[in-house]
Design a protein around this ligand. Structure first.
Ligand code: NAD
Ligand code: TDX
Length: 342
C-alpha cells in the first residue's frame, strides 16, 4: 500500500478527494489529518473503508503532531487544510495567516524531515486577483500574483513558501490553482450551498452588490481528479490552473437555484457589497488539459442538479450546521437571523 497524507480531508474538497481516491485506486492508503475546525465534519467521512483510510485529529500548525502522524517515506502530502472563506478573512485575518501560511511551512519542513516524495499544495485562482468583466482575459499560470483579500494573500504567501522549499532544498512540489468549486458537502457559508439552504428554508438570499460579479464554477469531483493527475503526471515546480470554462454572474447562479427548487425570485435580497470584492475570475486551463490529459466531466446543469438533490436529501447534515455556532456567524455577517431548522 502506498501511503499518502491528506490534510483538511474532513472539509468539502478534501473529503471529495479522499472518497474519489479510495474508489479509483486499490493500492493507496490515506492518512487524513484534520483539526476539525468549524468547517471540518466527521459526517463527511462516515462511510469510508477503515482499512485504507485513517483519520487523525490534528492541527497543521502543531509540528509535533504532524511529525507523529506522518510516516517516513510517505509518497505525497496533499495540503487541503486551510481557512477558506473570504468573508471570515475580512472579519479577522490572523487565523488565515496561522493555518494557511505557518501551517503550510510546518508541513513543508515535515515533508523534508520524513523524506516525502512529492508535496501538492492546493491553491486557488484568487491568488491572481481579479479580471475586468468586459475583457476576454483569463488567468494563466503566468498571470501575476496579485491577491486582494486577506484569504487570497495568505494562499499566495503559502505558494511562495512552497516555491522557496523547492528552490532552497530541492523539495518536489506541485501547486494547483482552481476556481470556485461546488458540490456535495460544501459548508453553507459559500454562495451555492448558502443559497440552497436559505431557499429550502424560505429565508432571504443575500446577494452582494449588484450581483454581477463573475465566478468560474467547477464541480468538486472534477477538481479532485485534476489534483490526482497533477500528482501523478505533473512536473516538479510547476503550477496548474484548473477550471471548467464555466463563467457565471452570481445573480444568474442564484436565480437558477431558486428555479430548480421552485421558489420565487422575490427571496433575493441585495445587500451591501463585500469589501474589496473581486469582480471576475476566469481560468485558462489549457496547460492542465494538455499536459495532464484532464478535462471536466460534469457540466454545469448536471452538477447543479446533483448538488441541489444532495442538499435536499441530506437536510440533517445542513441542519446540524445551521443550528450551531453558524447562527452567530450569520447574524454578525448579514445582520439577519436565520430560523432554527427542525
Ligand atoms: P473547507 O473550509 O471546507 O475545509 C477546510 C478543512 O481544513 C476543514 O476540514 C478544516 O477542519 C481543516 N482545517 C482548517 N484548519 C486546519 C488546521 N490548522 N489544521 C488541520 N486542518 C485544518 O475548505 P475547502 O473548500 O474544502 O477548501 C480546501 C482547500 O482548497 C483549501 O486549501 C482552499 O484554499 C482550496 N480551494 C478551495 C476552493 C473552493 O472553491 N472551495 C477553490 C480553490 C481552492
Ligand atoms: O452571501 C453571499 N452573497 C454573495 O453575493 C456570499 C457568501 C457570496 N456572494 C458572492 C461573493 C462572490 O462573488 O458570491 C461569489 C462567491 O462567493 P464565495 O462562495 O464566498 O466564494 P469566493 O469568494 O469566490 O471564493 C471561493 O473561491 C475560491 C472560495 O470560497 C475559496 O475558498 C476559493 O479559493
Amino acid at each position: 500500500m502506498k501511503p499518502i497524507f491528506v490534510t483538511g480531508g474532513a472539509g468539502f474538497i478534501g473529503s471529495a478527494f479522499v472518497r474519489q481516491i479510495l474508489e479509483a485506486t486499490s493500492d493507496v492508503k490515506i492518512i487524513n489529518f484534520d483539526a476539525l475546525t468549524y468547517a471540518g465534519n466527521l459526517e463527511n467521512l462516515n462511510d469510508l473503508d477503515a482499512a485504507r483510510h485513517q483519520f487523525v485529529k490534528g492541527d497543521i500548525c502543531d509540528k509535533d503532531a504532524v511529525l507523529k502522524a506522518l510516516p517516513d517515506e510517505t509518497d505525497a502530502i496533499f495540503n487541503f487544510a486551510a481557512e477558506s472563506h473570504v468573508d471570515r478573512s475580512i472579519a479577522s485575518a490572523s487565523e488565515f495567516v496561522m493555518t494557511n501560511v505557518l501551517g503550510t511551512q510546518i508541513l513543508l519542513d515535515a515533508a523534508r524531515a520524513k523524506n516525502v516524495r512529492r508535496f501538492v499544495q492546493i491553491s486557488t485562482d484568487e491568488v491572481m486577483g481579479t479580471l475586468p468583466e468586459d475583457d476576454a482575459a483569463f488567468f494563466t499560470e503566468n498571470s501575476p500574483i496579485e491577491p486582494n483579500s486577506p484569504y487570497a494573500a495568505s494562499k499566495a504567501a503559502a505558494e511562495h513558501f512552497v516555491r522557496a522549499a523547492r528552490e532552497t532544498f530541492g523539495l518536489d512540489t506541485i501547486v494547483t490553482r482552481c476556481g470556485n468549486n461546488y458540490g456535495q458537502r460544501q459548508f453553507p457559508e459559500k454562495l451555492i450551498p448558502l443559497m440552497i439552504s436559505n431557499a429550502m428554508n424560505d429565508e432571504p438570499l443575500p446577494v452582494y452588490g449588484d450581483g454581477r460579479n463573475v465566478r468560474d464554477w467547477i464541480f468538486v469531483e472534477d477538481h479532485a481528479r485534476a489534483i490526482w493527475l497533477a500528482y501523478e503526471k505533473g512536473k516538479s515546480g510547476e503550477s496548474y490552473n484548473i477550471g471548467a470554462r464555466n463563467e457565471r454572474q452570481n445573480i444568474e447562479v442564484v436565480q437558477s437555484i431558486l428555479d430548480a427548487l421552485g421558489k420565487p425570485h422575490s427571496l433575493i435580497k441585495y445587500v451591501d457589497d463585500r469589501l474589496g470584492h473581486d469582480r471576475r475570475y476566469a481560468i485558462d486551463a489549457a496547460k492542465t488539459e494538455n499536459e495532464l490529459g484532464w478535462k471536466p466531466l460534469t457540466d454545469w446543469e448536471t452538477g447543479l442538479q446533483k448538488t441541489i438533490r444532495w442538499y435536499r436529501e441530506n437536510q440533517d447534515w445542513v441542519n446540524h450546521i445551521r443550528n450551531g455556532a453558524y447562527r452567530d456567524y450569520y447574524k454578525k455577517l448579514y445582520g439577519m437571523e436565520i430560523a432554527q431548522s427542525r
